[in-house]
Design a protein around this ligand. Structure first.
Ligand code: HEM
Length: 401
């Protein structure tokens, strides 16, 4: 593979098997669906409305203390991490409620209160594991399979939680992402009223925000696919080293309905994280910036402070001055292609412009292919512009200035 630049680390893509050996294939653990229908406080079930929730595990919990919201919660997931049930089938969950109550019953893909609580747990996880980058990659790889030319859900791919299934995690592009799933599975187990599709996107957006990035205008309520047969075929995500990187990026991202500006802005997510030869085949085994972690040490980052979300990615891939920093062929294309270059130059100069475009593009990416219930989605923020906490994670990056 000829690379015009020493920073491209052309270790040939390896077959990513190591991480897959860690997948627990609890194939036999297909859950028995508990089809639940509930009458609130003794209200007549005869007047109930029903809706189907394709949540991963089906059972229903009811809180008498909050009669205004009928909670469609799935409980009873195994607390054992060994039950990653990557291949477990989900069952449609029946949820019924009485029309007789003052407030309209809520029956959505995810429960708003649980979404908020799950967000708090994700923040805790980020504090202890510094797993911001891999959670961003998890969200992107669930949604990035979207094909705008296919109308049917879930055949069209996108943010539908299909990435939890082993068959999709085994796609070469997803090497290593089983580790992200392991990190958030306990949160899924705790809040089974949150769909996988939502949890992946919630984790990603929260990671960007927590790393000092922009607040992303997210909505929730994504419905999960229920079986591995609904996973997209392999090959919808971009390659890092195709023969013609700019053409390849356009082919893949245009298929998702995204444009040049969005391609460049979203590539800026590589301000976070590292590439590992044993996963993707790209990057050095370790550099001065990664040899001490945090998290599992090693890999090659695009930026020195790879837990800090800022515009340094654009500065670094433009300058290509540091042998220890990664520039993939698809990264380099952003300053080589005349149309991409306009945006890449702007973002290298102007972090505010990058943050604004990134936040919009990330929100759009997170919605690709998703089926929302309710159709308008669920907003869990209070609308107030969050004041980002003073960023601390970056100080754990080694080798910084
Ligand atoms: C433009 C096409 C893209 C290509 C070819 C690409 C390729 C890659 C590769 C090869 C890795 C290294 C994976 C590993 O070895 O563990 C990686 C990591 C990463 N990618 Fe991308 N990527 C692209 C776009 C994106 C987008 C759109 C996002 C998010 C919006 C993103 C977010 C990330 C993050 C955060 C990591 C670091 C993961 C970690 O440290 O574990 N990438 N990408």
């Amino acid at each position: 593979m000829a690379h015009h630049h020493g920073l491209l680390s052309p270790s040939l893509p390896t077959t990513p098997t190591a991480s897959h050996s860690q997948i627990h294939t609890s194939l036999s653990s297909s859950s028995t669906p508990a089809m639940a229908s509930v009458a609130l406080g003794g209200a007549a079930a005869a007047t109930s409305t029903r809706c189907l929730l394709p949540s991963a595990r089906a059972s229903l919990s009811l809180s008498r203390s909050s009669p205004s919201s009928l909670k469609c919660l799935g409980l009873g997931s195994s607390p054992l991490i060994s039950h990653l049930f990557l291949s477990r089938k989900a069952s449609p969950m029946a949820c019924s409620s009485s029309r007789g109550f003052a407030a309209a019953p809520k029956c959505a893909a995810s429960d708003p209160e649980q979404l908020k609580l799950a967000k708090e747990d994700i923040k805790e996880l980020l504090k202890t594991k510094f797993c911001h980058p891999i959670l961003v990659r998890l969200g992107w790889h669930d949604s990035g399979t979207y094909n705008k030319n296919i109308e049917e859900w879930p055949q069209r791919g996108g943010a539908n939680g299909s990435l939890r299934f082993e068959i999709e995690l085994k796609h070469a592009a997803n090497a290593g992402l089983v580790n992200a799933l392991k990190l958030i599975q306990p949160i899924k187990d705790k809040y089974s009223g949150v769909t996988y599709a939502d949890l992946f996107q919630l984790a990603s957006a929260s990671a960007v925000e927590d790393a000092g990035g922009p607040k992303i205008p997210m909505k929730y309520g994504r419905v999960d696919v229920s079986a591995p047969e609904q996973c997209p075929e392999e090959g919808r995500l971009p390659d890092a080293g195709p023969p013609s990187p700019a053409d390849h990026l356009r082919e893949v991202f245009y298929r998702m309905g995204l444009n040049d500006k969005e391609i460049v802005a979203l590539s800026g997510a590589h301000t976070l994280g590292r590439s590992r030869p044993e996963r993707s085949g790209w990057g050095k085994p370790e550099t001065k910036y990664t040899k001490e972690g945090p998290g599992a040490p090693g890999g090659q980052s695009w930026t020195a402070q790879w837990l800090k979300f800022d515009n340094s990615y654009f500065k670094d891939i433009k300058e290509k001055r540091d042998e220890d920093l990664l520039v993939l062929p698809t990264d380099a294309a952003l300053f080589e292609d005349p149309s991409f270059k306009v945006f890449a130059e702007k973002y290298a100069e102007d972090q505010e412009a990058f943050f604004k475009d990134y936040a919009e593009a990330h929100a759009k990416l997170s919605n690709l292919g998703a089926r929302f219930d309710p159709p308008e989605g669920i907003v869990i923020d209070d609308g107030a512009q969050s004041v980002p906490e003073k960023f601390v994670a970056a100080k754990y990056s080694s080798g910084k200035d």
